[in-house]
Design a binder for this molecule. Structure first.
Ligand code: ADP
Length: 192
């Protein structure tokens, strides 16, 4: 299995690049934000629980996220040749829990690819996306600011965690979608 984390702040382009990665490398996509939005759309208890955190741009509690990811891995592992994690892990406890989940299956994270995008660019991309995404968290300046603050405070330490394991690589996330994808592909090819 080839297991990769696509990392970066909100608006960095993880979703866009994930689509291309799963297509080229035939990996299973685990995007926790998408999974929560699916639950929300279906009105499940998990969706209802997550909504109040998501709408404000705060993180859903770790145990809820970890349980959801565990279930998704269990459901897909027999048919999967590897995973691309997108928007997860977002805290150090989530990273440690992911390592444990994979270890139990004799698997590990091959590497983390971090998309690097300046803050002003992030804000303008999110606002632009807010015109069509229908996402409450994309449409309000204070919520966008809060998501970036939460990223710096709670999520950036996850990059240090993988850097400490020599699994961290940074890719410049400004340019055409194809340009960025070819840089990501080169990194993935090195991990294979
Ligand atoms: P973004 O575009 O901000 O990267 P996502 O679609 O990945 O957003 O996530 C949207 C929201 O879902 C987050 O702001 C958070 O409330 C919740 N969420 C997604 N993934 C996680 C996670 N791993 N841990 C906690 N909360 C999460």
């Amino acid at each position: 299995m080839l297991n990769i984390i696509l990392f970066g702040p909100p608006g960095a382009g993880k979703g866009t690049q994930s689509e291309k990665i799963i297509d080229k490398y035939k990996l299973t996509h685990i995007a926790t934000g998408d999974l929560f939005r699916k639950h929300l759309g279906e009105g499940t208890d998990l969706g209802k629980l997550a909504q109040k955190y998501m709408d404000e741009g705060n993180l859903v509690p770790d145990e809820v996220v970890i349980g959801m990811v565990d279930e998704k891995i269990k459901d897909t592992q027999s048919s999967s040749s590897g995973y691309i994690f997108d928007g997860f892990p977002r805290t150090v406890p989530q990273a440690k829990a992911l390592d444990t989940l994979l270890e139990e299956k004799g698997e590990k994270i091959a590497g983390m690819i971090a998309l690097d995008v300046p803050e002003e660019e992030l804000k303008s991309r999110i606002k632009e996306r807010g015109k069509t995404s229908g996402r409450a968290d994309d449409q309000n300046e204070a919520k966008i600011e809060n998501r970036i603050k939460v990223y710096k405070d709670e999520t950036l330490p996850v990059a240090n965690y993988y850097d400490g394991e020599n699994k961290y690589v940074k890719v410049h996330g400004v340019g055409s979608i194809e340009e960025i994808f070819s840089k990501i592909s080169a990194e993935i090819d090195r991990l294979k």
